[in-house]
Structure formats: C-alpha cells, structure tokens
Design a protein around this ligand. Structure first.
Ligand SMILES: C[S@@+](CC[C@H](N)C(=O)[O-])C[C@H]1O[C@@H](n2cnc3c(N)ncnc32)[C@H](O)[C@@H]1O
Length: 314
C-alpha cells in the first residue's frame, strides 16, 4: 500500500480560470452524444455504498460540477431533492432547461446554483449524498473536499468519479496510433489548468486525500484498468498518491458497461469533447495514421473509470 505523499505536485494549485468553459470549446450537444452514458451499474455502485450505512437518508443529493445535469437527472429518481450546481456561466440554466422543461421533471425537486465546488452556499450538515462526477480535476481538491465535508450530514456519502479516454482493442499499429494521438493532444493541453487536471486524473484519483479527522470508510474502485493505474495516464503528468493504509481498494475488470464498438468518426468526435477542443486538422498526421491502421473497421473500446467513496465522520 502506498503511503500518503506530502508532495502532491501541482494538483492543489488554485487556478483562476474555470475548467471546461465555453471559451475552451465546450459543446454540450456533442458531450451528450459522444461521452459515455453513465450506466445503471454506475449509480448502483454509489447507492450500494450509501445504503450500507445505518440511517442513511435519501432526502437531499448535491450534484457538483453538474454541467448539463446528466447525473442529476438519475439522482432525481432516488432522492426527494437534488441540488444541481456548476460554476461556469449558463450551465445550471442549461441543466434546468433540460431537466425541467425538456424532461418534464418537477421543478420543485431541484435547486439550480451557479457556484464552485470549493465554495458553496449550501447550509452546513444538510446533504445526504454528494456526487462530483468528471469534475474534481478542475477543482482545487483539498479545498473542495473540505467543503464537501461541511455540506454533508454526519454519516453522509461523498462519491467522486472520473473516467478517462478509452483504451482500444485493435491491431498493434492502431493501438500505437491511438496512444500517439493522446500524446500529441497532451502537447496542446498544457499549462496550469490542464496540468493540474492531469495530475489528478492520471492516477485514477489516487491524488485525492481524505483526512482521517473528517472521513472514514474510504473505498477506491478502479474499473477496467486491468490492474494498473497506468490505464488512467494520458501522459506523464501524474500526481503523488494520497492513498492511506486501511483504505479499501477494489479492482473491477472487464466491465462491459464501459465497453463499446467505435470507428474513426466517433474517435474524432470524442476527442473534440476534451478541452481545449481541438480540430482534426491540428492533429492531422496522427488522425491519418489511426484511420489507415483501423482499416475502416470498428474496434472495441474499454474506458477506465475510478470511483472514490468516503463517509463524513460522525
Ligand atoms: C466534464 S464536465 C462534467 C459534467 C457532469 N458532472 C458529468 O459527469 O458528465 C466538468 C464540469 O466541471 C465544472 N467545473 C469546472 N470547475 C469547477 C469547479 N471549480 N467546481 C465545480 N465544478 C467545476 C465545469 O463547469 C463542467 O461543467
């Protein structure tokens, strides 16, 4: 078991610019179309952790960094009330439009807030479950995790999740070309905001620490990583481990819910959902090589996902 590292390179450096903003190229229609859809098993893993504790409540869930509300909409089927928060301009309003106006979910169930993970207007000790999905890498995690602890009821559940780019099962040449594309994209996604994001995501969330004075029952689940944190590493910007002795670590292999069949057009559209959104022409040589290597075929993708659960200490 690795010990908690005192050096957590760059992962905790606050950055002024918000991640995943419209100015970086976010297009929510493409996000919905090309990012993996959270399967039922994803929510079951969260609920199974939550329900194991005596006296867990299903009253209030807070979906942090909610974007257009893809996780919030499922939480609304289990919780009486769902707080949907996101700091970027217009995202909470978009989530409201999609959930209330288009999906016809009752508005009375929701609170839509424009605010960061690090500083929330939510009253202390009022939330049963916090989800922070695919967003913790854009935050300053130590500050955010402290704030999550403030919001949660004693015994409440924190679920932080992160999936990275899929790995592919294909010819040696295609696998090499796909990895080379991400190395080339990494050269474009450089600088404070992106470096910090990679330091957090590239080791399957092991860069996140949960102080023992505040948190217990820390459980780290690594899905489709084939037994190695390298599965999460898009480049060499990898944070130090904050995993402590006594934390539970579980490896789940070959979860087909996170496996799909895709061809070159999907790969191009998928990469454009990563920030900064990058036109195909900027990586033309790499795309050409992948296209040739795929020989017009679809190949199996396997997305590594990390889920970290923690309980607010009574
Ligand atoms: C990739 S989207 C994730 C959306 C959704 N949670 C999901 O799982 O699909 C990342 C979100 O993190 C949000 N974000 C960026 N900085 C943040 C911060 N400091 N606190 C909370 N959310 C933040 C962005 O606005 C964006 O909506």
């Amino acid at each position: 078991m690795a010990t908690a590292s005192e050096t957590q390179p760059q992962a905790d450096v606050p950055t002024k610019e918000l991640g995943f903003s419209i100015s970086q190229g976010v297009n929510w229609s493409n996000y919905i179309a090309y990012r993996p859809i959270y399967p039922t098993s994803f929510f079951e893993r969260i609920y199974n952790y939550h329900v194991k504790k005596p006296g867990t409540g299903w009253s209030v869930a807070h979906d942090i960094g909610a974007g257009c509300g893809v996780v919030s909409s499922t939480l609304a089927t289990r919780f009486d009330n769902v707080i949907v928060s996101d700091p970027n301009d217009g995202y909470a309003a978009l989530a409201r439009k999609l959930l209330v106006e288009e999906a016809s979910l009752p508005e009375s169930k929701f609170r839509f807030l424009q605010e960061t993970a690090e500083k929330s207007s939510i009253e202390s000790g009022t939330v049963d479950l916090i989800t922070a999905c695919e967003c913790i890498h854009w935050t300053t995690p130590d500050i955010a995790i402290k704030e999550f602890g403030r919001e949660l009821k004693l015994g409440g559940t924190l679920a932080i999740t992160y999936y990275t780019r899929p790995l592919i099962e294909a010819s040696e040449r295609a696998v090499k070309a796909w990895l080379a594309l991400w190395v080339a994209f990494s050269e474009i996604s450089k600088g404070g905001l992106y470096d910090k994001a990679y330091y957090i995501g590239n080791n399957g969330l092991d860069a996140l620490g949960f102080p023992e004075e505040e948190w217990e029952n820390v459980k780290r689940v690594y899905i489709n990583a084939h037994g190695t944190l390298e599965a999460y590493a898009v480049n060499d910007r990898v944070g130090g481990s904050m995993v402590k002795d006594g934390e539970e670590r579980i490896w789940v292999e070959d979860d087909e819910d996170w496996c799909h069949m895709h061809g070159i057009d999907w790969f191009k559209a998928y990469l454009a959902t990563w920030m900064p959104s990058t036109p195909v022409s900027a990586l033309q040589d790499e795309w050409d090589e992948l296209e040739v290597a795929l020989e017009g075929k679809e190949v199996k993708t396997r997305t590594p996902l990390a889920m970290v659960f923690a309980t607010k200490k009574a």
